[in-house]
Each structure stands twice: as structure tokens, then as C-alpha cells.
Design a protein. Structure first.
Length: 400
């Protein structure tokens, strides 16, 4: 391999995991002595472009394709995104990408697979690079999953067509598929009729001195990350209110999306019998992780039906910092807790009663859970990091 080109087109600002992962790719490639190019979204802020020495190249934002389909947008909308992705790959050509290089497409979907096929079709065969696609989500958000996660009902035709198109322009031996959970990897192997390895979750963990530089006030229960319906936004306030009634005086904290969401959540919690805080806005990655570290319990009241195949960056960082978690059953998060990685409690359904029961259990058993969580954090960090993901890419067929 001559150079590694990483398309990290979800990165626009400091608000999400994309920013931390951008930092992680830079550090991991520097550590391995790999020549590296980073390509982000066109709307990436100037400070990010400068700090990461990135190219603001892509109009299509990672993660929006399947969400658009879920909202009922047509195949024509997808075709536009595919064309954008193909056209914007010209930025890599300008940097001299060739057959001895590897392109990593992070947060891939059918859009990126088809867009890559359209771009490569216009390139001389002897110039086409090797490819590695990293999948975080199922190739159809409308899927209905059996409770044992052994079967699905979904339309994968767009994804299958994209894979077929890609195989028509590049040898299957020159493209690698990696998925961040074992259940997702298994599904993709079946749907794509192509090998798909399980990949480490791309987490980074800031150094203790960085986290200690501006410590955050400790809270007992924190619900970090974006407030969304699939993440329990509709019932979170009720869970916290009832927890405060049962265990009054234990500090609570919620991260909201914006001022409007924060005001609504604060109003819902106004009668709370415990101190609480609601914050919003663009957090730096360091500030976000400081708040995770300053938590006794990280509460993830997610709907398992939306997460049967997906991982969670919030969960990964919590486990990597030795913080107990409360997570939904039938998910990658619960699988890891049962396997002895991290510590916490598991709720069966996304309901107030079920989540509250698990949260009370975690609170009452906090000392033992914290000891177990801290006992596995280093093992988790070795297994799930950008550095581990880079090694998985280098081991994949695309390396040769």
C-alpha cells in the first residue's frame, strides 16, 4: 500500500462522534507511519479543516441516505446522492490516487457503494485503487427484526444493486467489507454475497491529563448524546422523574439537541426531586468525554428495534472509561455486557417501567458495577479503537 485515503464525509462540526474519529484516524496513521489523506464534508468548519488538514470535498453526508429512504424520499433522491458522491471523489484523483492505494469509506451505505462504482467506471482499470467499506448501519432502516435477531423482513434491493455494480468495475478481491457488530456483518455477508469481517468500533479515548484539565461536576445518572425518539426522548423525562422519587437527591443530567429541546426537557423535569441539569450546543470532544467520565451511570434508553444490528459510540466510550451503563436487551450493547465487557444492567423493553427497574438496579449496585466496569476498560480499549480498526483494514484483502 502506498497511501491511505479516508473518506469521512459525516464530519461537519465538533458536535458528533465524527470529529473524534477524525482525530483518531490521524493519530493511528501517524503511529503506523502511513501516508494519509482525510476527506470530509464540504460544510466542515474552517477550524476543522485546518486542524485535521482535511479536504472539504463531499456534498453527501454520511448517514443521510437510509434516513432519506425511511422518510419516503424516492429513488431519484438516492440517484442524486450517488452522483454527488461519484463526482466528489474527483478530489481523490486530484491527489493522485492509484492502484497501489487504499480508499476507506467510513459510515458506508448503498449510496457510497453505488457512488464509488460510478466513479471507478470512469477511471482506467489500471488506476483503480483498492477499497474498504466500513458499515455501521443495516442496509435498510425499514427492516423488521425478529426478537432473536435470527431473521429480518426488509427490502435490500438498492444495496444489492449497488454491490453488483461495484463488482462489475473492480475485482471482488480488491474490495473489503467491514461491519461494526457481528450481527450486522452476518447480514451483510448474506445480502452482498461477499465476505464481511467484524470490525472494531472506531472509538478514541482522550488522555487522563486532558480530561482532568477542566473537570466536570459529577452526576449520578447522565443521558448523553442526541435526543431522538429511537433513543428514548419521549419517555426519558418520566424515567428520571420516577427515579428521583425513588432515590431522591441524586444528580441527573441530560444532553439536548438545541435550546428548544433543552427548554422542553427542563420544563418536563421542573418538578424533579433531585438536582438536574440540561445542556445543549456544540460540545468539544474533550468536553463531551469529560462529562461521560464524570458520570456514575450512563443511561441509554434506546429502542432495541432500531438497534438490533447497530453499535453505539456513547456505549463504547462509556465502557472504555469504566462507566457502568443501562442498555436495551437484544442489542450489541447488551451482548457485550453479557460477555463480561463493561458492566451495567439491561432492560427488556423501551418502557418507563422496564428502564426504571434497570436504572434502580444499577444505582443500588453501583459499587460492584463500577469495579467490574473499571476492570475491563483496558481490554475494551484494545479491542475497540481507531487504531484497532486501522489494523483490521490493513489485514483485510484490500491491503495486498
Amino acid at each position: 500500500m502506498r497511501r491511505l485515503y479516508v473518506i469521512h464525509h459525516g464530519l461537519e462540526n465538533r458536535r458528533s462522534h465524527f470529529y473524534g474519529e477524525g482525530l483518531g484516524w490521524i493519530a493511528a496513521c501517524r503511529e503506523r507511519g502511513i501516508e494519509f489523506r482525510l476527506y470530509v464534508h464540504r460544510r466542515a468548519t474552517p477550524d476543522i479543516i485546518e486542524q485535521l488538514r482535511a479536504h472539504g470535498s463531499f456534498r453527501h453526508r454520511a448517514g443521510t441516505a437510509s434516513i432519506a429512504r425511511l422518510k419516503g424520499e424516492s429513488s431519484a433522491d438516492h440517484a442524486v446522492m450517488e452522483r454527488w458522491f461519484a463526482e466528489d471523489c474527483a478530489a481523490l484523483e486530484a491527489e493522485g490516487v492509484g492502484q497501489d492505494d487504499v480508499i476507506v469509506v467510513t459510515f458506508a451505505s448503498e449510496i457510497e457503494v453505488m457512488g464509488m462504482a460510478l466513479w471507478l467506471a470512469q477511471m482506467p482499470p489500471e488506476q483503480r485503487p483498492r477499497l474498504a467499506f466500513i458499515f455501521h448501519r443495516e442496509p435498510c432502516l425499514n427492516l423488521v427484526m425478529q426478537e432473536d435477531r435470527a431473521g429480518v423482513n426488509a427490502d435490500f434491493s438498492d444495496f444489492m444493486a449497488a454491490v453488483a455494480e461495484l463488482k462489475s468495475v473492480i475485482s471482488p478481491e480488491r474490495m473489503s467489507f467491514l461491519a461494526t457488530t457481528p450481527h450486522l456483518a452476518g447480514l451483510l455477508r448474506l445480502v452482498a454475497q461477499h465476505p464481511c469481517a467484524q470490525a472494531p468500533h472506531p472509538s478514541i479515548y482522550l488522555a487522563e491529563d486532558v480530561l482532568a484539565a477542566e473537570p466536570e461536576p459529577r452526576v449520578h445518572v447522565r443521558a448523553p448524546g442526541q435526543l431522538r425518539l429511537e433513543k428514548g426522548s419521549a419517555i426519558l423525562a418520566e424515567v428520571l422523574l420516577r427515579f428521583a422519587e425513588a432515590r431522591p437527591g441524586r444528580a441527573l443530567s441530560v444532553q439536548a439537541n438545541d435550546q428548544a429541546d433543552a427548554s422542553e426537557m427542563a420544563q418536563q423535569l421542573s418538578a424533579c426531586k433531585s438536582p438536574f441539569s440540561v445542556y445543549y450546543g456544540q460540545l468539544s470532544h474533550a468536553q463531551y468525554q469529560r462529562r461521560v467520565v464524570a458520570s456514575d451511570i450512563v443511561l441509554l434508553p434506546y429502542d432495541w428495534r432500531r438497534y438490533p444490528l447497530r453499535g453505539s459510540g456513547v456505549f463504547s466510550e462509556a465502557v472504555g472509561f469504566g462507566v457502568p451503563t443501562v442498555v436495551p436487551d437484544r442489542t450489541w450493547m447488551a451482548d457485550n455486557l453479557r460477555a463480561g465487557l463493561g458492566a451495567g444492567t439491561i432492560f427488556e423493553e423501551q418502557s418507563v417501567a422496564s428502564i426504571l427497574k434497570a436504572l434502580l438496579h444499577a444505582s443500588d449496585d453501583l459499587t460492584a458495577l463500577r469495579e467490574r466496569a473499571r476492570g475491563t476498560m483496558q481490554q475494551w480499549r484494545r479491542k475497540h479503537s481507531i487504531a484497532a480498526l486501522l489494523e483490521a483494514v490493513l489485514r483485510s484483502p484490500a491491503k495486498a
